[in-house]
Unconditional design. Structure first.
Length: 180
């Protein structure tokens, strides 16, 4: 059976103005010292795709405007709210004061395997993703309420950070909307 690809006009995408006015999922992505501008841009696109509340850019994580972020964000830096924090712990502290539950995505003892993660109805979620080599800092892991690990079965046991964001955000989004 031949299939017809859906055209962009048929996708009924929101305008920038509609996006800015739309209700957002109570989820914030926290980037703990991400060095790749292309990863940052890809993460902005993921945040836009799932109507996330915001991205917190911390430490060495670059901020828009930047041509390499823009190249992969494809305009998502204009729709997704973002803030910069010099120190990731300050971002976590602020989110906790606003009632967010902090989940660091990191391979640590006692981490919850992603497929076993459930999110309670109405929970405000902050997902922390770390540096491409060093991961989420120990200090941030220790301040987190929970840690999540993406199960992996090959020889590398690591994923690109933008890929990890996509996997975890999809799962959390699905869990939240399923329980609403």
């Amino acid at each position: 059976m031949q299939k017809r690809k859906i055209t962009n006009s048929e996708l009924n995408r929101m305008t920038t103005e509609e996006f800015l006015q739309a209700g957002k999922l109570p989820m914030v992505i926290v980037l703990d010292n991400i060095r790749s501008h292309n990863n940052i841009g890809s993460i902005f696109r993921t945040a836009d795709a799932f109507l996330l509340e915001a991205i917190y850019l911390c430490g060495i994580t670059a901020c828009p405007p930047h041509r390499d972020i823009h190249k992969t964000a494809l305009g998502a830096t204009e729709t997704v709210n973002w803030r910069y924090f010099e120190n990731t712990v300050d971002a976590i502290t602020e989110l906790q004061s606003k009632g967010f539950t902090i989940f660091s995505v990191e391979q640590v003892e006692g981490a919850v395997s992603l497929e076993k993660l459930t999110i309670e109805r109405g929970m405000k979620v902050a997902l922390v993703f770390g540096h491409e080599i060093n991961g989420v800092s120990e200090e941030v892991v220790n301040q987190s309420d929970f840690c999540i690990e993406i199960p992996q079965y090959g020889t590398k046991h690591s994923l690109n950070v933008a890929v990890s964001v996509g996997i975890v955000v999809w799962h959390v989004h699905f869990t939240i909307t399923k329980n609403s």
